[in-house]
Ligand binder design. Structure first.
Ligand code: CAO
Length: 535
């Protein structure tokens, strides 16, 4: 055992008298270098103070609620080996908030990453605004997360976001431009009074910014952790790591810390009370099912085999991953494949688009499929239903979702009352919704209430696939690229027909195979001859 050294709070920028909100160790604990000792939280940032070296904690010199500044002694550490010293400033976030005026066009502010201490190349894990959004001072703009701290960058001014300069996953350092803010009132005269380019101060790790931590370990340990709840829980990086280690679902814990923050002891108490997820259990349906007794997820040191990069999952991906996993595990899926002869419909679509060339409206195959879906659902109403315990909720409305691929992941906007809309109205609405989706501006109510979903990969390629049902719906239609095929009805005469591959996944608790085959066959017949929809 080496000499006893005082562990001090290193340089934390302009912060003074910052409260200690969590203690991660106590006297007698053995620590490794970088193990978090305590968490400080100002109104601008959450910061962990890590152990500077390996050793045993002899004494904690602070308790929760104490306030500390750079140089305050927080613990006595009996070092193991040489070189035990005060924490290296490099190991600790130092967050300060001085505005950093830089020249910029009048009325347009460049919002930059402020001084975030020794951190460099910190990933952007969330973007809270989109171009066109109006913001007030202190509104959260983006969240950055290093392995030591989660930091929100709030807006320094009122204004309208005119352009984003970063995307989720981008790495930023002090001075990186995050976005451009049009400060409406700013005139050339006013611009000199208000710094046109401003470094905003990172703010405290708030509940909404706590998506951190759910990415890297997701899926590797906790089969029964609800990833969405975990991502949204109000807890710091160290507590998230601990929760992963103990297989505790943060989403189920009521935090005992300030403002409901989940602290280390909450996680430990939850694990002790038996709340931790078992190592081999998969998500069980409500009402209970035996654990699946699966092997633990393989843990591989990928870097041993070649160079790697870590790319944090975008927020939409984390949320959709959790939903898709639940749906896949809980719904007994079966997929029926079929083909529709769309030769005539495609010819009609091409002719329609020629006739309407000047209007700029392009009728898509997907819009016809939405009308066909409504007509087929009306003939087979159990496909337009949801399971609710022992009841089947039969819906007397037809809201059709369509999967849309966006830079941040998959979303499903919904065309409401598709039964009451014509193909052209559906085309316009789909194009508006797809644009909102790509820009990340879809509102929650534009993705809710769907009764059936179509997932079209037709513009991309493929032949057949198994779409995952979008719960609580009970079926989904997957569509791939159409192809020309020689078709014969008598084995003698052949003609070239344009065939559309259909893949219908259905919930076997609600639907049986014969009904699914009939559904597909009817869907295909309507696409072959839409006049049949009138019958
Ligand atoms: N067969 C052959 N070609 C097709 C086709 C099909 N089934 N469907 C569309 N196309 C062609 C169109 O004719 C068009 O070609 P041109 O550009 O030459 O005119 C092109 O593909 C683009 O099609 P579109 O403009 O009609 O777009 P769309 O309606 O097919 O798709 C949207 C819109 C939002 C669904 C799509 O952009 C998208 O996001 N698709 C991916 C959905 C997805 O990810 N599903 C998987 C979910 S499960 O993980």
């Amino acid at each position: 055992m080496g000499a006893i050294v005082e562990v001090k709070v290193p340089d934390i920028g302009d912060f003074k008298d910052v409260p200690v909100i969590e203690l991660h160790v106590k006297a007698g604990d053995r620590v490794k270098p970088e193990d978090p000792l305590l968490t400080l939280e100002s109104d601008k940032a959450t910061m962990e103070v890590p152990a500077p070296a390996a050793g045993v904690i002899k004494e904690m010199r602070v308790k929760i609620g104490d306030t500390v500044s750079a140089g305050s002694v927080i613990a006595l550490l009996a070092g193991e080996g040489a070189g035990t010293a005060a924490p290296s400033p490099a190991a600790l976030p130092s967050v300060a908030a001085p505005p950093a005026p830089v020249s910029a066009p009048g009325g347009v502010a460049e919002v930059r990453v402020p001084d975030i201490g020794d951190f460099k190349d910190v990933p952007v894990i969330e973007i809270h605004v989109q171009p066109g959004a109006t913001v007030k001072p202190e509104d959260s703009l983006v969240t950055l997360e290093s392995d030591k701290a989660t930091m929100d960058v709030p807006s320094p001014l009122s204004g309208t976001v005119s352009a984003l300069k970063v995307a989720i996953g981008d790495r930023v350092s002090e001075g990186s431009v995050l976005l451009l803010l049009a400060t409406g009132a700013a005139t050339p005269a006013a611009a000199s009074a208000v710094p046109a380019a401003v470094a905003a101060a990172p703010s405290a790790s708030a509940p909404a910014s706590a998506a951190a931590g759910a990415s890297t370990a997701a899926g590797t340990r906790a089969a029964t952790i609800g990833e969405t709840g975990f991502a949204l829980a109000y807890a710091g990086p160290a507590v998230r790591r601990l929760a992963r280690e103990l297989r505790v679902d943060l989403g189920q814990i009521k935090g005992s810390g300030d403002k409901g923050r989940i602290v280390r002891t909450d996680v430990e108490a939850f694990a002790k009370s038996g709340g931790a997820a078992g190592p081999a259990k998969a998500a069980a349906p409500a009402g209970g099912a035996a654990g699946l007794e699966l092997l633990p997820w393989p843990k591989v040191d990928f870097a041993k085999f070649g160079p790697i990069d870590l790319q944090p999952l975008a927020r939409i991906k984390k949320i959709s991953a959790a939903n898709l996993h639940r749906n896949w595990v809980m719904i007994p899926h079966v997929t029926n494949h079929d083909q529709a002869d769309i030769t005539d419909l495609e010819a009609f679509r091409v002719q329609l688009n020629k006739e309407n060339e000047k209007s700029g409206i392009k009728v898509t195959m997907l819009a016809f499929m939405i009308k066909v879906a409504v007509a087929t659902l009306q003939k087979f109403p159990e496909f337009n239903a949801s399971l609710d315990g022992d009841n089947l909720v039969m819906k007397r409305y037809w809201h059709i979702g369509f999967a849309a691929d966006t830079p941040n992941g998959l979303v499903v906007p919904v065309i409401r009352d598709a039964d009451k809309k014509g193909v052209v109205a559906i085309v316009k609405e789909m194009s508006d919704l797809a644009k909102l989706a790509r820009d990340g501006k879809l509102k929650p109510d534009q993705m809710q209430g769907g009764t059936f979903t179509i997932s079209s990969l037709g513009g991309i390629g493929g032949t057949y696939f198994t779409p995952i049902i979008n719960a609580p719906e009970v079926a989904i239609m997957g569509v791939c690229r159409s192809f020309w095929q020689q078709i014969s009805s008598d084995g003698k005469q052949y003609s070239s027909r344009l065939m559309l591959p259909l893949s219908l996944s259905w919930d076997h608790r609600v639907i049986d195979g014969a009904a699914a085959a009939r559904f597909n066959s009817h869907f295909a017949a309507l696409l072959s001859d839409m006049r049949r929809a009138l019958i």
